[in-house]
Design a protein around this ligand. Structure first.
Ligand SMILES: [Zn+2]
Ligand SMILES: [Zn+2]
Length: 398
């Protein structure tokens, strides 16, 4: 990658950082990104990019056509939404929207893709078309699904699709990407146990006690991980909530108890296994104690699986920016989830991680009230996108 791209983009850093901080100060939850989507569309137009708004409600797609002949098309995707977290950074550009915060760095993702739009619009010496996909509602509110349902890939055909996420635990200046599963499927289970309840002091022997059932169930859940999931595979089951009875009437055995939690996995086979075994254990343990169970297993986003060919392309693009030594080709998969996975189910592509943290690993983690996207990495993200287009569409500048 020629030096001049990085130098040119570096010169835009103050302007791009100001855009990032403006987005940071005005965070919006998923499917409420009216201001953010408007800001994106305005900048794209200002930089001469063809804009389509309202894709999947609030999604924005910018389209840039190369000046050289070519039919290949690629999609570059960023997310725009914030989280329901009260910000505690005390920064001058901290959230002005109480209780809502850009704690996952999507303000940075949006800005880096905007920077790429500006660069590509001014430097169109490539063969093919780039669609810049600004997605709403990544954080569990169905943004990718909404854009896909609105015909994203029919209206904006993409031969390959790429995403990028910041990683505060990885040092700034470094990238990481692995082929295959890189983030997990995130599902939710809810089990309602029902028994007779009764007087906990006077007639417990006449009751069917769901608190005993849930105690066995919570312990048995981890036997799915230890005894059903093969050692070579990985999965997580965690209980997040248990509710029944009340602490005032503590001598009353409850007749109904609800327990729910999260299930993470990397392959369809393990995902199916988790769903089946949770149901078997809930029903089996309930039956053993004369109770019943109602089980719901709700599938969220699937695992994020990088395609091997596009992973190589993405790796080369990052290596061209920071040097191969600063691109980790084998990072551990994360048990977090990402709805870009849904796009990767439909098109080949890859999801890159860009470091943003302090070298000693002290930077606040994603989804915490002290997190802030690292503006110094904006030019690297922009250069990565430019480099990726060069790799994919043969820009001689690459
Ligand atoms: Zn997040
Ligand atoms: Zn995120």
């Amino acid at each position: 990658m020629s030096r001049h791209i990085i130098e040119a983009v570096q010169a835009w850093q103050p302007e791009l950082a100001a855009i990032r901080q403006d987005i940071h100060a005005h965070p919006e939850l998923g499917m409420e990104e009216v201001r953010t989507a408007g800001l994106v569309a305005r900048h794209l137009r200002e930089w001469g990019v063809e804009v389509t708004e309202g894709v999947g409600q609030l999604g924005v797609v910018g389209t840039i056509r190369g000046t050289r002949p070519g039919n290949r098309t690629i999609g570059l995707r960023a997310d725009m939404d914030a989280l329901p977290i009260p910000e505690q950074t005390g920064l001058p550009y901290a959230s002005k929207n109480p209780g809502v915060m850009h704690a996952c760095g999507h303000d940075g993702h949006t800005t880096m893709l905007l920077g790429a739009a500006r660069w590509l619009s001014e430097n169109r010496d490539f063969a093919g078309t780039v669609h810049l996909i600004f997605q709403p509602a990544e954080e569990g509110r169905g943004g990718a699904r909404a854009m896909l349902a609105d015909g994203l890939f029919e209206r904006f055909p993409c031969d390959a699709i790429y995403g990028l996420h910041n990683a505060p635990r990885r040092p700034a200046g470094h990238f990481a990407i692995r082929p295959g599963p890189t983030m997990a499927a995130a599902d939710r289970f809810t089990v309602i146990f029902r028994g007779t309840g009764g007087h906990g002091g006077y007639t417990p022997h006449l009751a069917t006690d769901i608190t005993i059932v849930q105690a066995h169930f919570v312990l048995a859940l981890q036997t799915i991980i230890g005894r059903n999931v093969a050692a070579k595979d990985a999965a997580v089951l965690s209980v997040g909530a248990i509710s029944a009875g009340n602490h005032i009437g503590a001598n009353v055995m409850p007749a109904e108890l609800t327990i729910s939690g999260t299930a993470r996995s990397y392959t369809p086979a393990v995902r199916d296994l988790l769903e089946r075994r949770i149901g078997e254990l809930a029903h089996g343990l309930a039956a053993a104690h004369g109770c019943t169970a109602e089980v719901e297993y709700r599938r969220g986003v699937p695992a994020t699986v990088n395609h091997p060919e596009q992973t190589k392309v993405a790796y080369a693009a990052a290596a061209a920016v920071v040097g191969a030594a600063a691109v980790d080709p084998n990072p551990d998969p994360s048990t977090g989830a990402e709805d870009f996975a849904l796009m990767l189910e439909q098109r080949p592509g890859a999801f890159m991680s860009i470091g943003g943290g302090a070298p000693d690993g002290s930077s606040p983690a994603l989804h915490t009230p002290l997190f802030d996207f690292n503006d110094a990495t904006i030019p690297l993200g922009v250069a990565y996108w430019a480099s990726l287009v060069a790799q994919e569409l043969g820009n001689p500048e690459g």
